[in-house]
Design a protein. Structure first.
Length: 156
């Protein structure tokens, strides 16, 4: 019997696409996940769109493959919507439990970044060094540092 490309329910982080691709190509699913993330960042989100398309089109391994593609796309979209709702609820629960200080600091950072970009759009030249290319890595470093600081202080 020939190999069939299907989503893997057992090796799944989101929709099982990378687990299914790993089984099909005999590759490590984590490497495939990393490729999707890098491709998503480098190509302005095309990797994410490809992942979502595969999630909607590919049937799950123990699902009947005779199901019409329109039904599979609809079920995939419903599954994505449900996962997004769950993710939103988790974020809401996390931000509620993180405290007022964290919420204040996050809001302050967002306002500061917005003011900087607004001033740049008005042509104030002393912000000309601040571009998305320099802001993105700086934000990653700050967020990573905040996580490490919280971990060192004994937080979750």
């Amino acid at each position: 019997m020939a190999k069939q490309l299907k989503r893997s329910p057992s090796d799944s982080m989101l929709g099982g696409v990378c687990g299914g691709l790993g089984e099909y190509f005999d590759a490590d699913p984590n490497l495939i996940r990393l490729i999707f993330v890098v491709f998503g960042i480098v190509s302005s989100g095309v990797g994410i769109l490809v992942y979502l398309a595969l999630w909607m089109i590919l049937p799950e391994r123990n699902e009947e493959s005779t199901q019409p593609i329109a039904e599979r796309v609809k079920e995939g979209a419903d599954e994505i919507a449900e996962r997004a709702r769950q993710f939103g609820q988790e974020i809401r629960a996390t931000t509620r439990s993180s405290g007022r200080t964290t919420t204040f600091a996050g809001g302050l950072v967002l306002i500061a970044v917005g003011v900087v970009f607004l001033l740049r759009n008005f042509g104030i030249t002393w912000f000309s060094w601040l571009t998305f290319g320099t802001l993105w890595p700086a934000l990653l470093i700050v967020v990573g540092g905040a996580f490490l600081w919280r971990w060192l202080r004994g937080g979750e």
